[in-house]
Design a protein around this ligand. Structure first.
Ligand code: AP5
Length: 213
């Protein structure tokens, strides 16, 4: 089973990906996490991606598509995955269609999490992430039990460099220009499930699980 999570920055894709991958026993493949891990390890891939991420721009397709398709070929993804942050434009979607083509594989559903802009800004402004396992927290909505420490693995929590006001504005512009056309792309294929992303994460998760059933 392959499920794509689609939505603006801060819509809750990462949060829902963690919940769904635990519930459905599927691997989580998050392009942003893969880039941030490469950045931390200072690999060639990380160095290439850094400048784009800092500016809130998309990393070029040739780098991104290769990285995600390699990840999708790993043994732990053979039964399927929750894709978070990929695809991000039509070219990436077409590459994924090719990689997950029937009869062997297919994209089952695309979950579009819809959230208003004011709420997106509130969520990104209060986000903290685990350096080790990447789980997101929010300082008001879902704080960790111990300040600065991940409930799940004890890792250190940090705020992302691209969550500052100017970069968030750019990321939203890029989303509306390049990623939102995917809503129509997947609507046409009959795979899109539009989910109201308002309310707490558990409520949103309940709506997604009900729609997937
Ligand atoms: P990426 O890491 O993918 O970031 P993004 O798409 O901007 O999405 P976010 O991670 O910011 O938000 P989210 O929807 O996952 O929200 P979250 O669950 O954390 O990409 C970063 C960069 O990498 C890009 O700008 C680009 O440069 C590059 N990149 C990545 N993929 C690429 C690609 N395919 N092609 C090219 N470049 C790519 O939630 C946000 C906050 O809200 C958290 O604090 C959370 O606790 C809280 N929250 C979540 N749900 C709720 C709720 N229901 N109620 C209240 N609070 C909530």
């Amino acid at each position: 089973m392959y499920i794509i999570l689609l939505g603006a920055p801060g819509a809750g894709k990462g949060t829902q990906a963690v919940m769904l991958s635990e519930k459905l026993k599927l691997a989580q493949v998050a392009s942003g996490d893969l880039f941030r891990q490469a950045l931390q390890k200072e690999t060639e891939l990380g160095k290439k991606a850094k400048a784009y991420m800092e500016k809130g721009q998309l990393v070029p397709d040739e780098i991104t598509i290769q990285m995600v398709l390699e990840r999708l070929a790993a043994p732990d993804v053979k039964n399927g995955a929750i894709l978070d942050g990929f695809p991000r434009n039509i070219k990436q979607a077409q590459a994924l269609d090719k990689a997950l083509a029937p009869p062997k594989k297919k994209i089952d559903k695309v979950v579009y999490i819809k959230v208003g802009e004011a709420e997106l800004l509130k969520r990104l402004g209060g986000r903290w992430i685990c350096r080790k396992c990447q789980v997101p927290y929010h300082e008001v909505e879902s704080p960790p039990k111990v300040k600065g420490e991940c409930d799940r693995c004890g890792g250190e929590l940090y705020q992302r460099a691209d969550d500052n006001v100017a970069t968030v504005k750019k990321r939203l512009e890029v989303y509306f220009a390049e990623t939102s056309p995917l809503i129509d792309y997947y609507k046409k294929s009959g795979k899109l499930l539009e989910i109201n992303g308002d309310g707490n994460a558990a409520d949103v998760n309940g709506r997604i699980v009900a729609a997937l059933r």
